[in-house]
Ligand binder design. Structure first.
Ligand SMILES: NS(=O)(=O)c1ccc(C(=O)NCC(F)(F)F)cc1
Ligand SMILES: [Zn+2]
Length: 262
């Protein structure tokens, strides 16, 4: 179990004690002030090319649930936008809160979304492993997608939840043929800025790409996220459930946010 979490005694307010980068110059998440974003017409569109067969397993990574992919070769990649070259898909996971009113990590003009999806990629053209890439300023690219509550059931997210609900003993469960591009909204307009991992060790190696258009989930699905850990935490000594796992927004410290749209 990690020595950090989201409670008062080990949460974001005290992460700097163990992880000094918490007070660094390019920390994430941030509040996207749309009026201050700089429209950059030279930004090419985002291009994802995911191979559904590269999905490996779904696991409880202690602070969220993570769907991992085979990143041993260039099977599923993201290109374009602010990126130079292709970045390889490694995993995706979610952040949520104790209720539907907040729980996403980034904000837009101070607005909270109830949850946020992070699709994590690493620069396999420049670096030989994810961990090496994670030590470099242009090593990682995370595609951030806001979730909004609409009580139409978004079948794909539902299928993830159902799969995850099947997994019982806190171990990982394998599943095949899942293409995360089905989780993306139709509109790929985005904001981009240089930032960091939003959980310790908070490495400042992430090029953030945040899609403007949220995807819809039902309130019931979000409650499934919160309840998942309560059903799987069979060991009484561990916290009963993961009711929130989002870091507050961090100071911009002079960084510029670019927009792909006017
Ligand atoms: N929430 S986030 O910013 O998308 C995020 C994405 C990936 C990781 C991660 O792989 N940590 C393990 C590492 F890199 F070895 F430190 C952490 C946070
Ligand atoms: Zn994340």
């Amino acid at each position: 179990m990690d020595n950090w979490g989201y409670a008062d005694h080990n949460g974001p307010k005290v992460w700097h004690e163990l992880f000094p980068l918490a007070n660094g110059e390019r920390q994430s998440p941030i509040d996207i002030v749309t009026k201050a974003a700089i429209y950059d017409p030279s930004l090419p569109p985002i291009n994802v090319d995911y191979d559904p067969s590269s999905v490996k397993l779904i696991m409880n990574s202690g602070h969220t649930f993570t769907v991992e992919f085979d990143d041993g070769e260039d099977k599923s990649v993201i290109r374009g936008g602010p990126l130079h070259g292709s970045y390889r898909l490694q995993q995706f996971h979610f952040h949520w809160g104790p209720c539907d009113d907040y729980g996403a990590e980034h904000k837009v003009d101070g607005r909270d979304y109830p949850a946020e999806l992070h699709i994590v990629h690493w620069n396999a053209e420049k670096f030989s492993s994810f961990v090496e890439a994670a030590q470099n300023p242009d090593g990682l690219a995370v595609l951030g997608i806001f979730l909004k509550v609409r009580n139409l059931i978004r079948i794909h997210l539902l299928s993830i939840c159902l799969i995850f609900l099947l997994y019982q003993d806190g171990k990982q469960s394998s599943f095949t043929n899942f293409d995360p591009s089905c989780l993306l909204p139709d509109c790929k307009e985005f904001w981009t800025y240089p930032g960091s991992l939003t959980i310790p060790p908070l490495l400042e190696s992430v090029i953030w790409i945040l899609l403007k258009e949220p995807i819809a989930v039902s309130s019931r699905q979000l409650s499934q996220f919160r309840s998942l850990f309560s059903t799987t935490e069979t060991d009484e000594s561990k916290p009963c459930c993961m009711e929130k796992n989002h870091r507050p927004v961090q100071p911009l410290k002079g960084r510029k946010v670019r927009a792909s749209f006017l």
